[in-house]
Design a protein around this ligand. Structure first.
Ligand SMILES: O=C(O)[C@H](O)[C@@H](O)[C@H](O)[C@H](O)COP(=O)(O)O
Length: 240
């Protein structure tokens, strides 16, 4: 298994700045090598802060395709959607330079989360096999180790085939969401987990310790080239 490392920062601003620096470097390296790069963003306070820190980074955004790791299945413009917060933090400032793949919104005609997720997956036209989908994936993490909308002991964490699934009865509201799955996250070259606060300490220790992803989903989020947890002192407090 590729080496998983962690870096402890003095506070969340330093954490977000360092994570954003790494993201920008990885994207630029990939653009230099392949002419384009793909990035998956995440919601949550630390993920949004990291996205905001990316706003001033020297990245050739015209060559970047952006995804969101998950989305709440609510109407467009709803304050609970991740993409609105990420627009404000980063995407508004980038204009139409990157290509952005937004998750479908719930509408009166389109209110079935599973079929919306299936249609979204189809629209992405992801090739089969193990080749990377994402050059860089940023992941926030919940205290029970959830990443994207992949929560412990749920059908989403058990998914082994599909790259995208609809989520019902999500343990954290809103109940209906859409998410990339662990098999999709593992098709990332570089995974950055960003987590702050003592409430995340056990999940961090479990993730770095290689726990069963069914119990601690973050443990299943491993990149093919690197996996780095960017932490503050609280989130690192259960590590030796
Ligand atoms: O979908 C959600 O309910 C949240 O967005 C969640 O997934 C969040 O990203 C993590 O809980 C980390 O959040 P913090 O960085 O704010 O701790």
């Amino acid at each position: 298994m590729p080496h998983i490392r962690h870096v402890v920062h003095t506070d969340t601003d330093a954490l977000a700045a360092a994570a954003a620096r790494t993201v920008a470097e990885c994207l630029t390296e990939r653009i230099d090598a392949a002419g384009q790069a793909t990035l998956a963003l995440t919601g949550g306070s630390v993920g949004i802060k990291t996205a905001a820190a990316l706003a001033g980074s020297p990245v050739d955004w015209e060559r970047v395709t952006i995804f969101f790791g998950d989305e709440r299945f609510v109407p467009a413009g709803h304050p609970e959607r991740n993409d609105g917060q990420l627009d404000e933090a980063l995407l508004d400032s980038l204009g139409d330079r990157p290509t952005v793949h937004r998750w479908p919104a719930r509408t009166a005609e389109d209110s079935d989360v599973d079929s919306a997720a299936a249609r979204f997956l189809e629209s992405l036209d992801i090739p089969g096999g193990d080749d990377p989908i994402f050059d860089v994936t940023i992941l926030g993490m919940g205290p029970e180790g959830h990443i994207d909308s992949i929560f412990p002991h749920t059908p989403a964490v058990a998914e082994t085939e599909r790259m995208v699934v609809g989520v019902r009865e999500c343990p954290k509201p809103p109940a209906e969401r859409m998410t990339f799955t662990l098999p999709a996250v593992r098709r990332s070259r570089h995974v950055l987990v960003v987590a702050a606060g003592e409430g995340k300490a056990e999940a961090v220790a479990r993730g770095l310790g290689g726990a069963d992803p069914t119990e601690w989903p973050v443990a299943g989020a491993v990149g093919s080239e690197s996996t780095t947890y960017h932490l503050d002192e609280g989130a690192a407090s259960a590590l030796n």
